[in-house]
Ligand binder design. Structure first.
Ligand code: SAM
Length: 274
């Protein structure tokens, strides 16, 4: 698949998510059953009751695989950038932390996600958050202008991950922090999943090997790069997830074949400093 074809598939996939509400990426603890509410999913990946109570209605679609806001130790007055902001869940939480003197910018390439996020901001009269249409490989953000970069289950979807980290490095101020959650591979996926579009959109087959991920962040110039938390995926959870069901349909795979995924994927929270 070409890079453009990948972006088109991802954009179309998340446009549907924005309009329909369904879960996608997530570690084992985040996806055990479609009956779980998005709030329960969020709690399992590390969001507090207070975070959930503070989040505006409709901002949490259960799309994350960690809680980058929690590890970001945001301070009042800081400028925060969220790569692949989606419906804006992390942006709105960050906005509370940075306060009126701070600012949060959410970038996403799917117009339907931006519309949803902007409507939520408008409804809640949240003025220190701005959503920009753009690709994370070509950020619509000035050089050396951001204190903290967040991203939650997005960079695995990029067809050019080194470019994403180069852009992140460019826009961060000297001393700025990168604080992201993402899916990584612990071992290679079976061929049938590597070829599946649904598995790519579902944050599975675009994932990099864990060490390659760390190396890519360091190669962009970041220092003190380390994994703060790692959570494995388990098969029973994968099989209950709606996005995984799409993958099963796409690959015509049996449950037996999907057992090959177990142990291959993990969610990590990773940090680095410019
Ligand atoms: C799994 S969702 C995560 C959304 C959000 N971070 C959250 O936790 O709710 C992935 C989001 O990343 C966006 N996205 C994927 N690839 C992107 C790219 N290359 N540039 C910009 N946005 C992208 C999608 O449109 C989608 O909204």
């Amino acid at each position: 698949m070409t890079k453009e074809k990948i972006r088109k598939n991802v954009r179309e996939g998340y446009a549907k998510v924005a309009l329909q509400q369904r879960s996608c990426c997530g570690p084992s603890s985040s996806c055990c059953g479609s009956a779980e509410t998005v709030d329960t999913i969020a709690q399992k990946v590390g969001y507090s009751d207070e975070d959930l109570a503070a989040s505006p209605e409709g901002a949490n679609l259960g799309l994350g695989c960690g809680n980058p806001v929690a590890i970001a130790s945001l301070a009042p007055g800081e400028t925060v950038l969220d790569l692949g902001a989606g419906p804006g869940f992390d942006c709105f939480l960050a906005a509370r932390r940075v306060g009126e003197t701070g600012k949060v910018i959410g970038v996403d390439m799917t117009p339907e996600m931006l519309t949803r996020a902007r409507e939520t901001a408008l409804k809640g009269n949240i003025r220190n958050v701005e959503f920009r249409l753009g690709e994370i490989e070509h950020l619509p953000v000035a050089d050396n202008s951001v204190d903290v970069i967040l991203s939650n289950c997005v960079i695995n979807l990029s067809p050019d991950k080194p470019q994403v980290f180069h852009e992140a490095f460019r826009v961060l101020k000297h001393g700025g922090r990168l604080m992201i959650s993402d899916t990584v591979l612990l071992k290679p996926l079976p061929e049938f999943l590597q070829q599946s579009v649904a598995a790519y959109v579902g944050c599975v087959s675009g994932a990099m090997r864990k060490q390659e991920y760390i190396d890519t962040v360091e190669a962009a110039g970041f220092k003190d790069v380390h994994i703060v938390k790692e959570t494995p995926f388990f098969l029973d959870c994968i099989l209950n997830d709606p996005m995984a069901q799409a993958i099963i349909g796409d690959t015509r795979s049996s449950d037996e074949m999907l057992k090959e995924i177990e142990g291959s994927l993990a969610s990590i929270q990773i940090t680095g400093i410019k």
